[in-house]
Unconditional design. Structure first.
Length: 313
């Protein structure tokens, strides 16, 4: 029955074959992943409340309730309870680390990444055919009434994800080279958008996409700022050199996390709210901002460094 309705498409079959081999497989989880990949724009529009049906389906949101973090404490919950953020979350990336993710030149299986992505589920990097990269119309932007442009900036990386999306969304996606992926990342960085590596349990529990997010369109970023802790820090934090700062406020306008705030007539960085994306750094005309490692915020997702450590262990 399942094959008759869903598995006639070879790309769908490839996704299903990898999913069914997992110990946590269930038909409902697979169907959830199918819906998410097959109709991402509808999925996001319902999740963000932008779709007309969202109000009617609001009672279902009780299934995904997550405890609020303490005031000013974004990040993974520490209660040990499985939450919505466990199953669907992102890791903030520096531009350099995002570039490395789209230039991996061999299949890899890094398994659990607890120190990098501190959530209870969906935190593996398993890349098959990492040079198979798709640029997809961002579902968050496409479902927004006044989206940021360009729209085609979500990068789907590796198989079976890229093939599945390409097969079902030929009008909203295109195959790109690793060099083209780097160009998209650089252009989005210049626009002040934040790179996130996304993980989802119903996407085989693995890394599957790099999204380039703005707080006006991105559902995950808006949810995080609203108290749902679904984004993990890059492992860095921004520091400000007050001797150089002219209090122009340009950096605050660029910060997608509202981490640069005005206090006592001066701008300062809220180190707790800062996620270490680095978007503000090139916007400062005085070079008063820098990123520094913050070990208590987790390890960076530097794929080459992680691969080297695993190869040597």
């Amino acid at each position: 029955m399942l094959s008759r309705f869903f598995l006639r498409n070879p790309a769908t079959r490839a996704y299903y074959d990898q999913f069914v081999s997992r110990p946590d497989y269930s038909i409902w989880k697979w169907l959830h992943g199918y819906v998410y990949g097959r109709w991402p724009e509808l999925y996001i529009a319902l999740g963000t409340g932008r779709h007309p049906l969202a109000r009617a389906l609001r009672p279902l949101s009780l299934l995904f309730r997550t405890p609020k973090p303490a005031a000013g404490q974004p990040g993974p919950p520490s209660s040990g309870r499985r939450t919505f953020a466990d199953t669907y979350h992102g890791k903030v990336l520096l531009l350099d680390h995002a570039r490395k993710l789209v230039t991996v030149n061999r299949d890899i299986d890094l398994g659990d990444l607890e120190q990098v992505v501190p959530y209870a589920a969906a935190r593996e990097i398993v890349l098959r055919h990492p040079n198979h990269i798709l640029a997809l119309d961002c579902p968050c932007r496409a479902s927004s009434p006044n989206p940021c442009v360009p729209v085609g900036v979500c990068l789907i990386v590796g198989e079976p994800f890229a093939g599945f999306i390409a097969a079902h969304h030929p009008d909203k996606s295109r195959w790109i080279t690793q060099d083209e992926a780097q160009e998209i990342l650089k252009a989005e960085h210049d626009r002040g958008h934040v790179h996130h590596a996304f993980f989802k349990d119903v996407m085989l529990g693995r890394f599957y996409a790099i999204c380039n997010c703005c707080s006006c369109c991105c559902g995950a970023l808006r949810a995080h700022r609203g108290g749902t802790p679904m984004l993990a820090s890059s492992g860095y934090v921004c520091v400000m050199d007050r001797t150089l700062c002219l209090d122009c406020g340009l950096c605050a306008k660029q910060c997608q996390f509202r981490a640069i705030q005005r206090r006592n007539k001066e701008w300062e960085v809220n180190a707790v709210a800062c996620m270490g994306c680095g978007v503000c750094i090139p916007k400062c005309p005085q070079a008063a901002l820098n990123l520094v490692r913050a070990p208590h915020r987790g390890e960076p997702l530097d794929i080459q460094e992680i691969m080297t450590r695993r190869d040597l262990s």
